[in-house]
Ligand binder design. Structure first.
Ligand SMILES: Cc1cc2nc3c(=O)[nH]c(=O)nc-3n(C[C@H](O)[C@H](O)[C@H](O)COP(=O)(O)OP(=O)(O)OC[C@H]3O[C@@H](n4cnc5c(N)ncnc54)[C@H](O)[C@@H]3O)c2cc1C
Length: 495
């Protein structure tokens, strides 16, 4: 039987979208168009590629999108996201973590077949080329993403003082923080960098020159989708902001946890009540944007004299877990984007990894304006759950390593005080930048990431995660995209 080519538009060439375009175009039966709102790889400057300058990228040195995220008790966290090929994998902290088995087993237990730990770990292994561990029962040696851990001599001075101080106060050292059997403990972040120590975004890894030469793949940058066209319950294509219309058999939205819901809203998919406020006719009444997750926690700012030092990116060493389980992580990271020879400011961040609170994404003044994003609230028992980290950090402040570097709290606080966590949260609440679950599998998508009630439409990115994993989310987005690409290639073409 002659099978005609099936056309697929992927909206968003970010972390997940680049993986999708690379993998889907391996299938000659598919004709793939990738639409990215931002520019191509030529926009990558030193601030993108040099991990030590990643926080300069957060300050607008590179093409990016800034969205304020509103805190429950007032105030806002400015959130930077990549708006270029590679998306947020071009501006993030490069940390390459998987999350923990119970995260994914909970997805499977909720009826999402094929998303349990044993399923997803196989994909994590296939996606990586682990330079430190090579091929092993939990690591891979032939995937597109080169992964290794920072070496201790690459750490910044503050991160080294954090590492050495934590060893001094008795935190057990973990050789491989991606091996759940070794946790909890203190470890070095695995990162996605090449042999020259430069950042490898998902587009550099998956959209190589060889892939880009494929005849069945068109990559269009500076091509922003305004709307998905839907007729008779089926997605039929995409209209660009320029007014150009593109038809397709299938549309895959991969615009990220804040922008995928916005595109769905403008296309008539979302809570009917919200859409009707803007006069948008409803194609599917679904709780899009209503269940946003993130890792949230207090930040304790410190300084030391002299330069930052080291060549590592922002995420270098961390403690995962506590006496009460693996549900927190805490680490130091540099916050001052402008390098100074005189002074270095860094933040000790303590995050709750099992985040049950739900934030939201909603349209602003007009359907085309920036989203209004509400940060998920921390649960009432968060101060108790984060207590263990504060006890440890109180000891770290007194460690020889911290004192030798002259680390000084910029907002002094008795970390042993019973209300220290609450006070710190009132002063500085941070987001890890791990927004997920705004179009979750279950309420909005089926287990193949297809939008309920609309044929030919999927959402495949951080939005699709039914709940947030207990780890940094970039690699999870890669995993979701890899797994859905396999499912799509196996789907029979439409007649
Ligand atoms: C500052 C920061 C640091 C982080 N650090 C880490 C880290 O160290 N490790 C980690 O694991 N995670 C980290 N994260 C989180 C992680 O990077 C993200 O969860 C992940 O990259 C999101 O991938 P995504 O595919 O969902 O979206 P993105 O990678 O953001 O991709 C979305 C893409 O869609 C494009 N787009 C949006 N709207 C449209 C449209 N209408 N038409 C066409 N294109 C569109 C965007 O330009 C973008 O390229 C960080 C996040 C932030 C914000």
């Amino acid at each position: 039987m002659n099978q005609r080519t099936r056309s697929v538009i992927v909206v968003g060439g970010g972390t997940a979208g680049a993986v999708l375009a690379g993998r889907l175009s391996e299938d000659r039966g598919l004709s793939v168009t990738l639409l990215e709102a931002g520019p191509d790889h030529d926009a990558y400057d030193a601030a993108v590629l040099d991990p030590a300058r990643a926080s300069a990228a957060w300050e607008g040195a590179t093409p990016n999108a800034t969205t304020p995220m509103l805190l429950e008790k007032g105030g806002a966290i400015p959130m930077i996201q990549g708006r270029l090929l590679g998306g947020t994998s071009a501006v993030n902290g490069l940390a390459t973590l998987r999350g923990l088995p119970p995260d994914y087993d909970a997805w499977a237990a909720a009826g999402l077949e094929g998303w349990g730990w044993k399923d997803v770990v196989a994909t994590f292994i296939a996606a990586e080329r682990d330079v430190d561990f090579g091929s092993s029962p939990i690591h891979g040696s032939s995937g597109p993403l080169p992964v290794r851990r920072w070496r201790l001599d690459e750490l910044s001075r503050a991160q080294r003082a954090y590492y050495d101080g934590m060893v001094e106060v008795g935190e057990p050292v973990v050789a491989d923080i991606n091996d759940p059997s070794q946790l909890p403990g203190l470890g070095v972040f695995p990162v996605t960098i090449d042999e020259d120590g430069q950042r490898v975004t998902t587009s550099l890894a998956y959209l190589t020159a060889e892939v880009r030469a494929r005849e069945n793949l068109a990559i269009r940058t500076k091509a922003e989708a305004a709307k998905i066209e839907v007729a008779d319950g089926r997605a039929t294509g995409v209209t660009l902001v320029s007014g150009e219309q593109l038809a397709a058999d299938e549309v895959v939205v991969a615009a990220g946890a804040l922008w995928s819901p916005m595109l769905l809203f403008r296309s008539g998919i979302g809570p009917a009540e919200h859409l009707s406020e803007y006069g948008i006719s409803v194609h599917a009444d679904l709780p899009v944007g209503s269940t946003m997750s993130d890792h949230i926690g207090p930040g304790l700012p410190y300084r030391h004299g002299g330069p930052r030092g080291g060549v590592g990116g922002p995420a270098q060493v961390l403690v995962v877990g506590a006496s009460n389980g693996t549900e927190i992580d805490y680490h130091a990271f540099p916050v001052a984007p402008v390098p100074s020879e005189d002074e270095t400011v860094f933040m000790m961040a303590v995050f709750s990894l099992r985040s049950s609170g739900r934030g939201s994404v909603r349209m602003g003044d007009t359907p085309g304006s920036d989203p209004i994003v509400k940060v998920p609230p921390l649960p009432d028992d968060a101060p108790g759950r984060l207590r263990h980290a504060f006890d440890r950090l109180a000891k770290w402040e007194q460690s020889a390593a911290a004192r030798e570097l002259g680390c000084e709290a910029l907002m002094p606080l008795d970390l042993n005080a019973p209300d220290a966590v609450a006070t710190a949260l009132e002063r500085v609440t941070l987001s890890y930048g791990h927004m997920t679950s705004t179009c979750p599998m279950g309420p909005v998508l089926d287990a193949d990431c297809r939008v309920h009630g609309i044929d030919g439409l999927r959402v495949v990115d951080a939005s699709s995660m039914p709940s947030i994993p207990s780890g940094n989310t970039y690699l999870g987005c890669v995993m979701v995209a890899e797994r859905v690409a396999v499912k799509m290639a196996a789907t029979e073409p439409r007649q």
